[in-house]
Every structure is written in structure tokens, then in C-alpha cells.
Write a protein that binds this ligand. Structure first.
Ligand SMILES: [Zn+2]
Length: 393
């Protein structure tokens, strides 16, 4: 089953990439300044928290990041770096720092996004709970995102802990104390089965710390995938039962089981668990283009959070032009010309009718942890954070 799905995924990915690259090339010549009102939408304040932003690196500057050889050499990783504005020849010497610099500029220049939750990514762990470097595609350590968040007020730390690692609970306590605002899982790639009962103590500890679990749901094609069934939203039942605030990244878009889509499963779980939320990251991509309109039609807005899945909005896979019919041609062209990818992502979602409440929801759902983050900082830094909060209203 695994190879069949992977094979299907590659075919779809290659097809979509080829088509969208062609479209992106056609449109790339038409960048122009836009009226401020269009770029900023209805809310002129720069106030949003983007709660789904990836950090990647190859370990330059002793960041502790690493990637698999296959991923390092892959077309997708190179395009990642290209899309983030990093020339290939500089990746080897300062790739990690250049990536962060570009991300920081993007947040600073955004007219909508004030802060970004930057995500660590834990690796694959073996049966003894030891990190398996061979099987790990991309590794971003918790201390790296914690340090970046301490250095830059625009960043908030999103950590990642594989629940099968030997020190999972200790690490969770440590990063909670350090002020982490959420724990991120990508089960398909990290080879986590969220339904395993041995993870109960971990879930209880998450609930104890009021630490949200941002968990990828649905099939996964950006990084290598193990068993795609790990993305089945129903596998999060145990965490939900234990009272963990679960944020289902992408709301289960992509994938199905037994003739029922994961998106349907997500809706079913929303009805049953008030501690379940979904994020609308990556939903402006062509391969997920039907999900957002379904979510809006189902009127589950009060349970949705905004995230961009940066750097994915750089890719031609994400564009307002895939939503013609829902967004007029002239408006979608104008949105396409917005230079800042975070603002373009917001504008596309606004064009599709995403209400402002979704863009400000993260502030509410992450609140206990935002307070923890703020109080983990020194008094000087706390005042700075307060300033950012005040500016953002
Ligand atoms: Zn993501």
C-alpha cells in the first residue's frame, strides 16, 4: 500500500508542479505596486499570527539542522531555497542563516502578519526510542527555534517532539518551561501513529501544559511520506479524549479511507470535540483548492486558524488563479501581483471569503502558551513583546 500511495503521490506532484510552473512563468512578469487597501484587505493593522511557518536548514552555523542526502539533492529542496530567495551557491556556506534572514524580512515587510510560529521538526525514532538519522528527511531542533524566537520578536517557538523518543516527557517539560507555544507533528514523515496507546502519558502532559498539538492531517507530499494512513484525522481520537487542544493542519484535506474523505472525518470530529481546531494552511494550493470552499460552506469558521505553511506559498502550486469562479479574474490577477507571499496568501483567502475572525483566532487558541512565552522572557524582552502586542492591537 505504501509504495502504491507514494507512486501516486509522485505522479500527481510532478504533474501539478509542471503545470503550475508553466503558469507561474507566464505570470511572473506582471508584478506591480497595488493600492494599499487591496494589499491589506479590510483590516489595515498588521496584527496576525501565522501559526504554521517552517524553518529548514542543512546545519550551517551549527544550527543543528540536517537533511537527508536524498532531500538535500532533491529538486524540491533546491526549489525551496530558490523560492526563499537564496542562490544555490551560497546554500553550502550559510544556507540556514540566509533562510532565516529571508523569512524575517518577509514577516517584517508583511502588512498583515506581525508574528510567525516557526516550527521545529523532530526526526524518526527507532524501537528503542533513539533518533534514526538514516530515516529522517529533515530535522530542525527545538533549541534552534527557541533561540530564533528569543532573538527576534517576530518569531514564536513551535517545537516538535516525537512521542516515542526516550526523553519525550522530559523534553516536553523542558520546552514548556522555555515558553514553547505549540508542539508540531508530521506523522506521515516522522512515522508517528497518533493512535498508539503508549502515547497516553505524552497526551496527558500536553494537556497539563495546555500545549496545543499542531498535527498534519491528510496525505503528505512536500516531504517524504511513510504510511499515509498516519495522517488519518481519526487517529487523533486519543489525544482529543485526553483533552489536548488539537489543531489539525490542513483540516484533513487530501486522502480518504473506505470511501470517506479525511475532510469528512474532520467535520465529524469537530462535532464531537470542542478541543479540535483546524488550520487553513496550504489550502490555496491547486491540489487542495476545494477544501477551503467546503470549510466555508460548512460554517465551521469559529474552529479555524490561519497559517501559511511558509515557504509553500512561494511555489506556483499556490495561487489565487486556481479559484476563478470564486474570485473574479481581475481580482485574482491583482492578488497574484502582491509581492509579499504572506500578504498574498491572506489576500487570496480574503478573496475566497475567509472572515477576519480566522486570521485572529490563533491569538485566542494559543493564549495560555503566549502568556507562558512572554513570561519566560526577561523583563526587557517582556516589555518588547508587550509593545508588539499593543501595536498589533
Ligand atoms: Zn507544514
Amino acid at each position: 500500500m505504501r509504495s502504491r500511495l507514494q507512486k501516486k503521490g509522485m505522479t500527481r506532484r510532478q504533474f501539478v508542479a509542471a503545470g503550475s510552473l508553466a503558469l507561474g512563468t507566464v505570470l511572473s512578469g506582471c508584478a506591480a505596486r497595488l493600492p494599499r487597501s487591496l494589499e491589506t484587505g479590510q483590516t489595515p493593522r498588521k496584527s496576525f499570527i501565522d501559526m504554521h511557518v517552517h524553518v529548514a536548514g542543512i546545519g550551517t552555523g551549527e544550527t543543528g539542522c540536517f537533511v537527508s542526502e536524498r532531500f538535500r539533492n532533491s529538486f524540491f529542496f533546491l526549489i525551496d531555497m530558490w523560492a526563499a530567495g537564496v542562490p544555490h551557491w551560497r546554500i553550502e556556506e550559510a544556507g540556514d542563516q540566509l533562510y532565516v534572514q529571508k523569512l524575517l524580512e518577509t514577516v517584517r515587510e508583511s502588512r498583515t502578519t506581525a508574528r510567525a510560529v516557526i516550527l521545529a521538526l523532530d526526526g524518526v525514532y527507532d524501537a528503542q526510542g533513539r533518533l534514526d538519522r538514516e530515516q529522517t528527511t529533515l530535522y530542525v531542533p527545538n533549541d534552534y527555534v527557541l533561540r530564533l524566537a528569543r532573538e527576534h520578536g517576530e518569531f514564536l517557538p513551535g517545537v516538535s517532539i516525537h512521542p516515542a523518543r526516550r526523553d519525550a516527557i522530559e523534553e516536553l517539560d523542558r520546552v514548556a518551561e522555555a515558553g514553547a507555544v505549540l508542539v508540531k507533528w508530521l506523522p506521515n514523515t516522522q512515522r508517528i501513529d497518533p493512535a498508539e496507546r503508549r502515547f497516553l502519558p505524552f497526551y496527558r502532559r500536553l494537556a497539563h501544559h495546555r500545549m496545543p498539538l499542531l498535527c498534519h492531517t491528510g496525505e503528505e507530499y512536500a516531504l517524504s511520506a511513510g504510511d499515509q494512513r498516519a495522517g488519518d484525522p481519526k487517529r487523533l481520537l486519543l489525544a482529543l479524549e485526553e483533552g489536548v487542544t488539537v489543531i489539525a493542519a490542513h483540516c484533513g484535506s487530501l486522502g480518504e479511507e473506505g470511501g470517506r474523505t479525511y475532510l469528512e472525518d474532520f467535520f465529524g470530529l469537530l462535532d464531537r470535540y470542542s478541543n479540535l481546531f483546524g488550520d487553513i494552511s496550504a489550502l490555496t494550493q491547486i491540489n487542495r483548492r476545494h477544501t477551503l470552499s467546503r470549510l466555508l460552506d460548512e460554517e465551521v469558521m469559529a474552529r479555524l486558524l490561519h497559517g501559511s505553511d511558509y515557504p509553500l506559498p512561494f511555489f506556483p502550486l499556490a495561487s489565487p488563479l486556481y479559484f476563478m469562479g470564486r474570485i473574479s479574474f481581475s481580482l485574482s490577477l491583482r492578488i497574484q501581483r502582491i509581492g509579499n507571499v504572506l500578504d498574498r496568501d491572506v489576500a487570496t483567502k480574503r478573496g475566497l471569503g475567509v472572515p477576519e475572525s480566522i486570521f485572529t483566532k490563533a491569538e485566542e487558541v494559543l493564549k495560555p502558551r503566549l502568556v507562558a512565552w512572554s513570561s519566560s522572557q526577561g523583563p526587557g524582552r517582556r516589555a518588547l513583546c508587550q509593545g508588539v502586542a499593543n501595536v498589533s492591537g
